[in-house]
Ligand binder design. Structure first.
Ligand SMILES: Nc1ncnc2c1ncn2[C@@H]1O[C@H](COP(=O)(O)OP(=O)(O)OP(=O)(O)O)[C@@H](O)[C@H]1O
Length: 348
């Protein structure tokens, strides 16, 4: 199944509720045809509001405009915009069967029953629910309900697919499976998609581009690799991955390096902050580095181990390692950080 896709453009869109709280600051944003754009950020940062503006469930403040292709849809109601929406809580009709739920939008559009059946069968296959077609919604698992919701949203061939935390209500294992299914599906459909989540792994896997938001504004837009490896500021850096600060270990842009690794950083203040990601540091014998600490805590996760070191920086730092050494708390350890893995972020 392939859907037609169109670009979307938001021009200077802000949103103020109750004439006082501006929850979205003036935002301009272009989404390419067929792109999957993920809006990522903490609760309350304005992701859902942005999605609702695109859907036509909210209007932007005066001056803001929204385009689907060249068409100005700012004043159009949701029905006119031809968008498909999927919500966290499914919003399915509980007394309908799977088939009836998926076909609902087609019935409203007065598509003849024979054609409707063909289309619903195709969608059932697409979301792997053919054998559950005649079950009631109550008989389905959470993951199956979400697949019905997705098929129902796709049935009327929307121009744009809008997904608001569709996997949040599911348990971790199922989320991971559905995330992979969703990724394949979106790539095959080729429909312009806006996907809201606060889960960074979901954002990385699904997004062609990720927009990191905080406090009603866009902090950074870029490919998953860009925002992960080149965060523009500390909001973005902290929101992605596990980050450690090397407080006060940076001076006059002079690193004392040891075979390309930071081994003896100098003390200073008032300069950019230096961070490193937990997976980018290596634990070595204390004698192999002048960055040393005492192991304060260990979390064994199976495929990797998190080791927390005290005394390296002002606060405890976390190192993630996949080696199989049986570290012990109280043990002294050295830390090496490849210089190219340091994140140097200027204070904002
Ligand atoms: N109808 C409304 N009236 C007043 N305030 C609202 C309304 N809808 C949302 N808000 C407020 O706008 C802010 C942004 O909400 P929004 O739902 O866009 O955030 P979000 O990033 O999607 O968060 P979450 O992940 O929790 O849904 C929040 O402070 C919220 O309380």
């Amino acid at each position: 199944m392939k859907l037609n896709s169109i670009p979307i453009r938001l021009e200077n869109c802000s949103k103020t509720y109750n004439q006082k709280t501006q929850v979205l600051q003036p935002t301009s944003l272009a989404i390419s045809a067929g792109e999957t754009l993920v809006l990522l950020g903490p609760s309350g940062c304005g992701k859902t509001t942005t999605l609702r503006l695109i859907a036509g469930l909210e209007r932007p403040d005066p001056g803001g405009r929204i385009f689907f292709g060249e068409e100005d849809v700012t004043q159009q109601a949701i029905e006119e915009r031809r968008v498909g929406m999927v919500f966290q809580n499914y919003a399915l009709f509980p007394n309908f069967t799977v088939r009836e739920n998926i076909g609902y939008g087609l019935k409203i559009k007065k598509i003849p029953p024979r054609l409707r059946k063909v289309r619903v069968d195709e969608l059932l296959e697409l979301v792997h629910l053919t054998e559950h077609a005649d079950k009631n919604i109550a008989q389905l698992s959470g993951g199956q309900k979400q697949r019905v919701a997705l098929a129902r949203a796709l049935a009327p061939e929307p121009r744009v697919l809008l997904l608001d935390e569709p996997l949040t209500a599911l348990d971790a294992k199922l989320r991971e499976t559905l995330r992979t299914d969703m990724d394949l599906l979106l790539k095959n459909l080729g429909v312009t998609t806006v996907y809201v989540t606060h889960d960074q792994a979901e954002a990385m896997v699904l997004g062609d581009r990720v927009i990191v938001m905080s406090a009603g504004r866009i902090e950074q837009a870029g490919s998953p690799r860009d925002i992960y490896f080149q965060p523009k500021n500390r909001h973005v850096a902290h929101f992605l991955g596990s980050l450690n600060c090397l407080n006060g270990f940076f001076k006059d842009d002079a690193f004392h390096t040891h075979g390309g690794h930071i081994a003896c950083p100098a003390q200073a203040a008032g300069l950019p902050e230096v961070f490193f990601r937990s997976e980018d540091a290596m634990l070595v014998a204390p004698g192999q580095s002048t960055l040393r600490g005492i192991i304060a805590n260990i979390q064994f996760l199976g495929e990797r181990t998190r080791v927390y070191l005290q005394g390296v920086s002002d606060s405890v730092v976390c190192v993630e390692t996949s080696n199989r050494t049986n570290y012990q708390t109280g043990q002294e350890a050295g830390l090496l950080i490849p210089q190219e893995h340091l994140l140097i972020i200027h204070k904002d």
